[in-house]
Design a protein around this ligand. Structure first.
Ligand code: BTN
Length: 251
C-alpha cells in the first residue's frame, strides 16, 4: 500500500468538520457506492474514503471509471450538507480542485478537469436524503501518472505533466481541506460568488460546442446558477441537465 498522509489530512480538515474521519482501503467496488450505501444505512458522519483500487468505479451518465493502483487518485468525500440551492455544486467542486492543484488546469462544463486539451479528472456528485436532511457524496477521480488512452478519442492527461512530485497522497493532501471549505461555503451562498473564478478557467467559453442531445452553438460561459449558456441561431439556450454532456467541435 502507498503511504497516505491520512493524519495530516485529518488535522487540516477536522477543525472545519467535527467527527470527520479519513479511511483508506486497498480495494472496494466504488468509493461513491460505498458512501451512498452507508448513508442509506444511516451512517452519515463526514468521511473521506480513499481507495487504492476500485473494481466498479462509476463516472457520470452511467459510464465506467477505470483506474490502476498508483496511477490515479480515487476518493469520495461524504458529509451532511443542506444547501438552499444545489445547482452548480459540481462546478464548485471542480473549481476548488483546479485551484488547489495547478494554475493551468481548466474546467470543462459541468465537472471535468482538463489539462492541455485532455481530460485530467472527473467528478461524480450524488446525494441521499432521509427525513428532511441530505447527505452529499463528492467522488473524484484524478489521473496522476500517464496511462494509455485505449478507445478514447484523446489520451488522458496526468498531474505529473505539470507537477513533477505529484503522488496520489500529495494531491489528496492539497485538495482535501479547500474542498471541504468550498462545500461549506457553497451550502451558505451557492454558486454565484464563484462564477467569475469559474470563468477564469472555463475551457469551453467562446468555443463552438455540441451537446449529447445534438444542440450545437457557441459556449457563452456559465451563469450564476452554473448553467451553461449556449448561443444557438437566434436564441440563447441554458443547459442545466446533468444528463447532458458537451464537447468542443473540432474541425
Ligand atoms: C466522470 O468523469 O464521469 C466522473 C468520474 C468520477 C470517478 C470517481 S473515482 C472515485 C469515485 N468513485 C466512483 O465510483 N466514481 C468517483
Amino acid at each position: 500500500m502507498e503511504l497516505w498522509p491520512a493524519e495530516s489530512i485529518w488535522e487540516a480538515v477536522s477543525p472545519l468538520l467535527p467527527d470527520f474521519t479519513v479511511e483508506v482501503l486497498p480495494e472496494i467496488d466504488s468509493t461513491n457506492t460505498e458512501l451512498m450505501r452507508r448513508a442509506r444505512a444511516g451512517r452519515t458522519e463526514p468521511t473521506l474514503l480513499v481507495a487504492e483500487q476500485q473494481t466498479a468505479g462509476r463516472g457520470r451518465m452511467g459510464r465506467q471509471w477505470e483506474s490502476a493502483p498508483g496511477d490515479s487518485l480515487t476518493f469520495s468525500l461524504g458529509l451532511p450538507l443542506q444547501p438552499a440551492d444545489w445547482s452548480g455544486l459540481s462546478l464548485a467542486v471542480g473549481l476548488s480542485l483546479a485551484e488547489s492543484l495547478h494554475p493551468s488546469i481548466r474546467l470543462k462544463w459541468p465537472n471535468d478537469l482538463w489539462l492541455d486539451e485532455r481530460k485530467l479528472g472527473g467528478i461524480l456528485v450524488e446525494a441521499a436524503s432521509s427525513s428532511g436532511s441530505s447527505f452529499v457524496v463528492v467522488g473524484v477521480g484524478l489521473n496522476i501518472r500517464p496511462r494509455p488512452g485505449d478507445g478514447l478519442r484523446m489520451p488522458p492527461a496526468a498531474l505529473l505533466d505539470v507537477w513533477s512530485e505529484a503522488t496520489a497522497g500529495a494531491a489528496l493532501l492539497r485538495v482535501a481541506a479547500p474542498l471541504v471549505q468550498t462545500l461549506l461555503a457553497f451550502a451558505r451562498t451557492g454558486f454565484a460568488p464563484l462564477q467569475a473564478r469559474y470563468a477564469a478557467r472555463d475551457l469551453l467559453a467562446g468555443r463552438e460546442v455540441v451537446t449529447s442531445d445534438g444542440q450545437q452553438g457557441q459556449a457563452l460561459g456559465v451563469g450564476p446558477t452554473g448553467a451553461l449558456r449556449l448561443q444557438l441561431p437566434g436564441r440563447v439556450l441554458e443547459v442545466v441537465s446533468a444528463e447532458v454532456s458537451v464537447r468542443p467541435v473540432t474541425s
